[in-house]
Design a protein around this ligand. Structure first.
Ligand code: NAI
Ligand SMILES: Nc1nc(O)c(N)c(N[C@@H]2O[C@H](COP(=O)(O)O)[C@@H](O)[C@H]2O)n1
Length: 235
């Protein structure tokens, strides 16, 4: 309820109840890919698959209903190996091998476990300098990433997090490339010092104006949670 998605940076925090978690897995099954930033990959060691009964690997055929995990990792920080959940699941036929979007060609030894499970690196060469970030030229344009993924046949992406990724997409310059927003609100407060969803402020003629708003809004109670769905309202 205080818009935190983790209790502290780098900590995985269970928030959703079982009903809304099931909805999340249903959404995963309906998208070609599920995307996270490297901060989430490092903090959570996530599975990033769909675990609903009847999808591929869970009673269903092949990998039917399994989204492709995508990790945005411009500097190759994610320290995955054969025991990382997403790699293990792909090896067991219960998820797809991850694609990692990066800025530099990675070393061969890093490619091995990835390629062995059907994953790969996608090298996007066009980094740009985000003045608000300390590292130079490590930022990727969202449209460049989406175009690179489209070339891989990926036409729908569910973006799960984390905080930096969501805050960036809520920013005015990126919000137009978002089709819909789905937020689970659980009846809890995490407290200050968490990973918060709160985009940069927006100003027009030096005056602060609301950052973003949704249209076609629905609030759906699911167990103890409520799920908010809407589409970006663009001017
Ligand atoms: N409750 C929930 O539903 C969720 C919670 N989380 C939590 O969020 C936390 C992680 O959030 P953050 O630390 O903010 O990390 P993050 O997952 O948003 O990753 C941030 C990193 O991704 C890369 N990145 C993102 N956008 C980029 C771009 N346009 N170009 C180049 N690189 C880009 C950068 O390396 C950046 O440092 C974890 O504690 C995790 O548990 C994450 C997902 C969902
Ligand atoms: N829907 C939802 N509710 C929560 O309470 C969460 N903490 C998250 N986290 C996201 O789900 C990923 C973990 O997925 P797996 O269960 O390991 O497949 C985590 O990395 C976050 O992206 N989501």
């Amino acid at each position: 309820m205080d818009s935190n998605i983790a209790i502290a940076p780098g900590v995985q925090s269970p928030i959703s109840g079982p009903e809304s978690k099931a909805m999340t897995h249903f959404l995963r099954s309906k998208h070609d890919a599920i995307m996270i930033g490297v901060g989430t990959a490092t903090a959570d060691n996530p599975s990033l698959n769909c675990r609903l009964e009847g999808v591929g690997g869970y009673g269903g055929e092949g990998l039917e209903g399994q989204p492709r995990p995508i990790i945005i990792d411009p500097q190759g920080r994610w320290d995955f190996n054969w025991t990382s959940k997403v790699i293990v699941l792909a090896k067991e036929g219960r998820g797809k091998g991850p694609f990692i979007i990066t800025l530099q060609e990675p070393p061969e030894w890093k490619k091995k476990p990835l390629e062995a499970v059907g994953g790969k690196y996608i090298v996007c060469m066009r980094g740009w300098r985000d003045q608000s970030k300390p590292e130079p030229n490590t930022h990727l344009q969202w449209m460049d990433m989406f175009s690179a993924l489209r070339e891989e046949g990926i036409k729908s992406i569910m973006i799960e997090g984390g905080g930096s990724v969501i805050n960036e997409l809520l920013n005015q310059r990126n919000f137009g490339s978002v089709n819909s927003v789905i937020v689970t609100v659980a009846p809890m407060w995490m407290g200050k010092g968490g990973v918060q969803v709160c985009p940069e402020a927006r100003r027009e003629n030096a005056e602060k104006v609301p950052m973003a708003r949704l249209r076609d809004v629905k609030w759906v109670p699911l167990g103890e949670d409520v799920v908010l769905c809407g589409r970006p309202k663009l001017h």
